[in-house]
Design a protein around this ligand. Structure first.
Ligand SMILES: [Zn+2]
Length: 357
């Protein structure tokens, strides 16, 4: 590799410019791309659903890199740049993520973006874009940079060389260096309320409420259900995983959930905690929508009690978060996640008024 070219690990990300964004995300792209010339040089996209952040970053990159964008700034899908994006060969799209495992090379997956990779990125940014006037660099996720790595990026983030746009993605923006955040325009991506619960958790067995809110599916909850195929796990859990049962007991306390104690439950692993919490949240959503528990029928009473006090939108956010974590169960993004982290987030989302320890 010569010093004047982007290293292979930064290239090759495939974007299909013709794939439409979910409707709730497209106002963000329209607003930002409508004035390409005023596009922020460093943008921090944060929020609950990582897949949504990826989609948004891809749509923004495609709009910025397209040679002949439509009037609303969306990519045309047909120009040379769009075709390069679809082939994963656009030279001015750099996508920086922790290294994935490579069995052939005997390399394990990393949870960190290496400082060398950031230095290579910075070196590339100093050059003119190859194809058009703009280069887009995506850092996904930004919290995979440790302090030293983030520091290396600060200067270029403050004033990138002309023609460069940097997009930082973060599920947990509060974990980023404040100096890093302050150098970016921040856009928090929140899934709006208004997607129907009953259909969202629907598997055909729940009664749709009569209020007409059915008909739209919350993809996160539908996805969550797909991870939880076993319809009657509780008996098995009772026998096999006392830790999961203990966590369910703790969750029954609703807003009074004691996070440190629950997280210290003996034998409770992160996958086990995710599994239990996913079932619990899924069933809470069903009960709140007037349905019956699907995964935890034996817990109908505490579910009803907790569902009555849980914040509806927070519950939806948590469903999206859990689906995200389940989807990336082996992703480096999750390497630093702890049981206490997910329980703290659960409690903050569902019981925003509670400030108990
Ligand atoms: Zn195009």
């Amino acid at each position: 590799m010569s010093a004047t070219e982007a290293p292979d690990s930064l290239l090759g990300h495939i974007i299909d410019p013709r794939v439409a964004l979910p409707a709730w995300l497209s106002p963000h792209t329209t607003r930002l791309l409508a004035r390409r010339e005023a596009f922020p040089h460093a943008l921090l996209l944060s929020g609950g659903a990582g897949a949504a952040l990826d989609s948004l970053a891809e749509a923004l990159a495609a709009g910025l890199l397209c040679d002949a964008p439509l009037t609303d700034g969306a990519p045309c899908g047909d120009c040379a740049a769009c075709r390069l994006l679809a082939a994963g060969t656009h030279p001015d799209l750099l996508w920086l993520s922790p290294a994935e495992a490579d069995e052939d090379a005997g390399r394990k997956a990393s949870s960190q973006i290496r400082i060398e990779a950031v230095r290579q990125l910075i070196g590339t940014l100093a050059l003119r874009p190859h194809h058009g006037a703009t280069r887009v660099s995506v850092i996904d996720p930004a919290e995979a940079m440790n302090a030293a790595t983030a520091n290396a990026l600060l200067k270029v983030l403050e004033e990138p060389p002309p023609g460069n746009v940097l997009l930082l993605l973060s599920l947990r923006p509060l974990r980023l260096l404040p100096t890093l955040r302050s150098r970016c325009l921040q856009l928090r991506v929140v899934r709006p309320e208004g997607v129907g619960w009953a259909a969202a958790v629907g598997d055909g067995s729940v009664d749709a409420p009569e209020n007409g809110s059915s008909g739209t599916v919350d993809p996160a909850l539908a996805e969550l259900a797909a991870f939880l195929r076993d319809p009657a796990p509780e008996a098995a859990a009772r026998a096999v995983w006392p830790a999961q049962r203990a966590l369910l007991d703790a969750l029954a306390r609703g807003a009074r959930l004691g996070v440190p104690a629950a997280a210290r439950t003996a034998g409770l692993t992160l996958p086990a905690a995710l599994d239990v919490l996913s079932r619990w949240v899924h069933d809470l959503a069903r009960v709140q929508a007037g349905g019956t528990p699907r995964f935890l029928p034996g817990r109908a009473t505490p579910l009803a009690k907790v569902a009555a006090e849980a914040d509806r939108q927070g519950l939806m956010h948590m469903g999206a978060r859990l689906a995200e974590w389940q989807r990336h169960a082996n992703h480096p993004l999750l390497a630093s996640l702890t049981v206490a982290d997910i329980l703290l987030e659960y409690r903050a989302e569902l019981f925003p008024a509670a400030r108990a320890a």
